[in-house]
Write a new protein. Structure first.
Length: 88
């Protein structure tokens, strides 16, 4: 599991599937930053991981401040599925 900061808005939402570092990852959560006071373009702060890590995320069995952080531009993000609806 890791934090991915996306500069710009690739129009993805929670549970989107992306290809990052040659591996499909799920966006477990997305926080939108910068709409009101900058920077010039919005940033999406995404907690991403594999489907095997979903239970760890949902049970909060991790420390968010200790996650590795990576940054990418929205144009460079490979979106597999923009919004993966889960049936509950």
């Amino acid at each position: 599991m890791q934090m991915l900061i996306v500069n710009g808005d690739p129009e993805i939402r929670k549970n989107a599937i992306i290809n990052h570092d040659g591996e499909e990852k799920v966006c477990f959560s997305i926080q939108r930053q910068g709409d009101w006071h900058g920077p010039d373009e919005v940033q999406l702060w995404c907690t991403i991981g594999t489907e095997d890590e979903r239970e760890t995320f949902e049970k909060r069995e991790y420390v968010p401040n200790w996650l590795d952080v990576d940054t990418i531009d929205a144009e460079a993000l490979d979106v597999v599925q923009a919004n993966n609806e889960l049936s509950v």
